[in-house]
Design a protein around this ligand. Sequence first.
Ligand code: COA
Length: 278
Amino acid sequence: MTSTQSWGDNVLVEFEDGIAWVQLNRPDKRNAMSVGLAEDMNKVLDALEVDDRCGVIVLTGVGDAFSAGMDLKDFFRATDGVSDVERMRAYRSTRAWQWRTLMHYAKPTIAMVNGWCFGGAFTPLICCDLAIASEDATFGLSEINWGVIPGGVVSKAISTLLNDRKAMYYVMTGEKFDGRKAEELGLINEAVPADQLRARTVELAKVLLAKNPTVLRQARLAYKYARYMDWEQAAEYLTAKADQTTFVDPERGREEGLKQFLDDKTYRPGHGTYQREG
Ligand code: COA
C-alpha cells in the first residue's frame, strides 16, 4: 500500500512496501538545502527510525535535481548577519541530518541521485550506506567556482571515498561529472539509465528488506566504526559487537542460520539469507 506524507514545507515521504522514499521537496530551487529543510529533515529522520512503514530509506529529490547543495541565499545569507550562537545552531542542525544521523542511522539508507548533485549535497550522498545514480545525473564540487571551499564536512566526506588525487582534482577544478564517472570514482555503487533508476533502487531495497534487520543494522554500524580503529581495537570491538548482536537479535538469527546449515542441511549461506519466519 502506498501513502504520502509531507514534513513541513520541504520534505515529502512516500511509503511503499517497506521503503520510505524521502524526497527533498524544493524543486523550484533545485532542492537546495536551507535551514528550514534541515529542520524538516531532522524531524523526518527522527520519526522514520521508529516507523514500521519504513524498513529502508531512499533519499532523493523531487523534480530534476537530487540537490543543488547548500542554499546560497537561505543558508549562507541568512546565517551571515546573525549572532554566532544562531549560526552555530543552523550549522549544527544541518550537520545533524546530513552527517551524524544518516551516518549512524538505525535503518539502511540508499541515496538515489536523480539529477543535479552539487557541493553540500555530497555530504548526505556519502553518509547514506549505498548510492545509485542516473547515468546522466550531474555531480560537481562547485564551491571553488563561487569563491568558497568545500566546507561543512564535504571535504572530509569525499576523503572517505575518493583517493587524494581524484578528490583534489575536483576540489580544485570544480569540474562537473556524470553518473558513470561517479561510479568509476567509487562515489556511488552504480549508475543506471534514467528510466531504470527507480526499478533498480527498489530491487536493491528489497534485497536489504529480506535480511535480518537487527543483524543488518549491527553489520552496518560495525563497519562504519571499525574503519577508524587500529587493528587491535577493531578486533576487540568487532568480537564484542558480534556477541552484542547475538544478544540483542530477537530473531536469534545466528542460531537459526547455523541450525539450518549444519543440522537441518536445508540452506547454504553462500546462496542467500536463511529462511526467516513470516
Ligand atoms: N542555492 C540557492 N538557490 C539555488 C541553488 C542553490 N544552491 N541552486 C539553484 N537555486 C535556485 C536558483 O537561484 C533559481 O531560483 P529563482 O527561480 O528564484 O531565480 C532556481 O533555483 C532555479 O535555478 P536555475 O539556476 O535557474 O536552474 P538551472 O536548471 O538552470 O540550473 C543548477 C541548475 C543546479 C546547475 C544551478 O541552479 C546551479 O548552478 N546552482 C548552484 C549549484 C551549486 O554551486 N551548489 C553548491 C552549493 S554548496
